[in-house]
Design a protein around this ligand. Sequence first.
Ligand SMILES: [Zn+2]
Length: 219
Amino acid sequence: MTETPAFPSRLLRGYTAFRDQRLPQESARYRILAETGQRPRTMIIGCCDSRAAPETIFDAAPGELFVIRNVANLVPPYDPDGEYHGTSAAIEFGVMGLKVRYILVMGHGRCGGVQAYIASRDAGPNAPEEPSAFIGKWISLVAPAEQLVCESPEDAAGRQRALEFASIRQGIENLRTFPSIRNLEEIGEIELHGAWFDISTGELHILDQATGRFEVAKG
Ligand SMILES: [Zn+2]
């Protein structure tokens, strides 16, 4: 019989630190949130990447952010086809159930998902058989963003960044394919935003939707 694995010690240490330090300061807040339910004003669609956690980057307290994370912070277009759509389900809940005011699509630098898309695109039809059951199909959602690339840098890193930016623009466009979001945006009850986090410097670049450019946040 296989031995039951012990709970990972790093997680246990982290929880102990949370319980002893942060929880005492926030216990009242947790109690109120438990009694009254969550009312986050902001929904964030971010990447699973361990270096780009929205709660850390925005210094958020419990109950403040409704966060959806997936590979490459992608927003699928509205497609109610009866299949399993985890990201769309969470978006629907944030908009219809929680009535969030802001939706932020947040990308980041050196995104492995975008990099994998570029690698499979460049390999073309001669690519070796896709070893993944799910990632290849999922990251094909990046493809339409190629039309929205604004910059044309010389180097591969710059080109990847340009596609990361474009994919955020595409994500916002795809949010607008959800009828509820389109309607709420039209009547001014929801705002869509884009941002990109530079994991090497910690800079946040905010999408200026008038120009389509990303500018470093000043604040
Ligand atoms: Zn990523």
